[in-house]
Design a protein around this ligand. Structure first.
Ligand code: NZQ
Ligand code: ZN
Length: 385
């Protein structure tokens, strides 16, 4: 196991009564800006519940944060917050709204051009407003981590920032708020969580038995509960397991002390900015192909994954790995996500364009051993078609 420091400062307020219990976490004199997405928070009454819980506070609202939150949109929120002297942000939504709030939290007190925060991957964040979150879509893990991913549409660029000042102060995780998620977003959330776990698990062995068993537990839970959430979307325990699983999938716990990959995520960003695929859809295509093309590099963990997750114990090594890849693909498809780029209208001729973007963004050596060169990425993309 590698050396590590693990610190996570976010308080999780979980359960059916979570919305009734979070207000005391915010100092009474705060000027709060509630941020949200398109229509769901209002339509399903979450916004009203939040405002009721915050009766007596000074509230400002900023809505309209889109999936894959855009810099230009968020800068409008930054200006509003500066004008209204906001000193607390409360994000009500999924990963996009939470990430957007984290970026705004750093941009509001920033004296220079906020784009510099993105260009420096958040390393230059010296101050950030406190952020609280009310999660309505479990997937990103953003409610308990120090990351945000922001899109710059004009530049066709998705940029991640990371800084410990971005950990939310608290996150309200009420599984009943996810009962309204349509099949598409439920499926996306399960696949994104599954891949967060894989990015931290499916690398090479370092004898991190704690991390491996935690990761395997989360994967097995997702395989069990994911399909249930599609057929019984209002089952509390199913939603609760998916919600807590998404948080634990990317809050630093399972990745501490082990190698991490993230090549599928980074490649996926280009597919989103170029062709508009949802974040999880990009992963559903790239991950089975990554497993196949990088099977040599990942052999030991792939065999472990095949045996412990899918019960595949017999046959030669290549056959076992192929079977595990097929099972993974079937699982993603069963959650409603096509796993071939052609299903999203992306043809072989697009591959050069994707590789050009990766080059432009300096992403030419990805993965746990930096072995995913452009040449390997080409093979991976060809395998996704
Ligand atoms: O905009 P509204 O109308 O609110 O609808 C949203 C949105 O269209 C809808 N939704 C959310 N909660 C709902 C609901 N619909 C019905 N009922 C509810 N309870 O869901 C749609 C998608 O929301 P979004 O927030 O975009 O989804 P997700 O949570 O998957 O977030 C995706 C973003 O997270 C980033 C991705 O790159 C992407 O930008 N990620 C952030 C990470 C992080 N901060 O650590 C890591 C992840 O790997 C990921 O990259
Ligand atoms: Zn993700």
């Amino acid at each position: 196991m590698f050396d590590f420091i693990f610190h996570n400062s976010t308080k999780i307020i979980f359960g059916k009564k979570a919305l009734e219990n979070f207000a005391p976490e915010i100092p009474v004199e705060s000027k709060i800006m509630i941020t949200y997405g398109g229509t769901s928070a209002r339509r399903y009454g979450v916004l009203d519940k939040v405002k009721t819980a915050l009766g007596g506070y000074d509230l400002t609202e900023f809505g309209g944060i889109e999936p894959n939150p855009e810099y230009e949109t968020l800068m409008k929120g930054v200006k509003l917050a500066q004008k209204s002297k906001i000193n607390f942000l409360l994000a009500v939504g999924g990963g996009s709204v939470i990430d957007g709030a984290k970026f705004m939290a750093a941009a509001i007190p920033f004296k220079e051009e906020p784009a510099f925060l993105l260009e420096n991957a958040g390393r230059n964040i010296a101050r950030a407003l406190p952020v609280g979150t009310v999660v309505t879509l479990p997937a990103s893990g953003s409610e308990m981590n120090n990351r945000a991913v922001i899109t710059r549409k004009a530049l066709k660029l998705k940029q991640a920032i990371m800084n410990d000042l971005l950990y939310p102060k608290f996150s309200v995780c009420d599984p009943t708020l996810t009962f309204t998620l349509p099949v598409k977003f439920t499926g996306n959330g399960v696949v994104d969580t599954f891949v967060h776990v894989l990015e931290q698990y499916l690398t090479y062995p370092v004898n991190g038995k704690v991390q491996d068993r935690l990761a395997e537990g989360l994967l097995l839970m997702l395989i069990e509960e994911g399909p249930r959430a599609l057929t019984d979307p209002k089952d509390y325990d199913t939603r609760a397991n998916l919600m807590w699983g998404a948080t634990l999938g990317l809050n630093g716990l399972i990745g501490a002390g082990v190698p991490q990959d993230w090549a599928a995520h980074r490649g996926g960003y280009e597919l989103t900015v170029l062709y508009g695929l949802d974040h999880a859809q990009t992963l559903a295509c790239l991950v089975p192909a990554m497993m196949k093309i990088r099977a040599g590099e990942k052999k030991e963990k792939l065999l472990q994954y095949a045996e412990r997750i899918w019960g595949i114990k017999s046959g030669d090594e290549n056959k076992r790995i192929d079977e595990a890849i097929n099972k993974t693909r079937e699982f993603f498809e069963s959650m409603g996500l096509p796993t071939r780029l052609r299903a999203y209208g992306i043809e072989k001729k697009s591959i050069d364009e994707i590789l050009e973007k990766l080059t432009e963004h300096g992403m030419t050596n990805l993965g746990e051993r930096k072995e995913v060169t452009l040449e390997i990425m080409r093979k991976i993309l060809e395998n996704c078609l």
